[in-house]
Design a binder for this molecule. Sequence first.
Ligand SMILES: Nc1ncnc2c1ncn2[C@@H]1O[C@H](COP(=O)(O)OP(=O)(O)OP(=O)(O)O)[C@@H](O)[C@H]1O
Length: 229
Amino acid sequence: MIRFENVSKTYPGQPRPALEKLSLEIEKGEFVFLVGQSGSGKSTFMRMILRETRPTTGRVYVAGKEINRLANWKVPKLRRQLGTVFQDFRLLPNKTVSENVAFALQVIGKSRSEIRRVVPETLELVGLEGKGDRMPDELSGGEQQRVAVARAFVNRPMILIADEPTGNLDPATSVGIMKLLDRINRTGTTVVMATHDAGIVDQMRKRVIELAGGVLVRDQSRGAYDYEN
Ligand SMILES: Nc1ncnc2c1ncn2[C@@H]1O[C@H](COP(=O)(O)OP(=O)(O)OP(=O)(O)O)[C@@H](O)[C@H]1O
């Protein structure tokens, strides 16, 4: 589903590479935690999957396509297969919950009847049934993140990229979001999640990929946040 082959990335004007000779493969349906200190290259890794940045050398394959060789006009089609969730929710403040989720389908040209069918279904899946007419600022942080997850998942993407999705949430609320991501993963969606939340990584026991200074230093199945023997 995702393959990095000897990937290095040096940003213009930077002395050191953000990623260095990174090789790894993530299979369909896996759940992967990406850990490492600030500046270790996690965002660069995820932005490469989204083709928001490109490798300086090496190859990145996402859903069978090589990112560097993909024509610009094909990038939207690639991104349709990728859902994204961020720490700061990024909801449209002037649209209701339902409209936020519907918007993700409108921009890719889905019919009104499909949108009417799929949006309530997805809100129910994320535990927001009955809240479709609320505005984002009428929701708790955890609920806002559920809207963001609904929006990311409404199109049933093959891959969900989550960058610190629990970073703004208290521990109990974070657990709820993790249960939701786990449920989405069980539908067959590959989940790649960058996090600094040791508690969550230790609790979930999924594959852990650790970067340090742009280098892969650990790739462990059923791993913990910190390396343990
Ligand atoms: N657009 C950019 N231009 C120049 N340098 C960049 C750019 N983006 C990231 N970097 C550098 O690349 C390195 C890796 O950064 P990256 O954002 O990938 O780390 P990170 O692990 O995601 O950090 P954090 O946990 O703080 O989000 C850092 O040294 C950073 O300063």
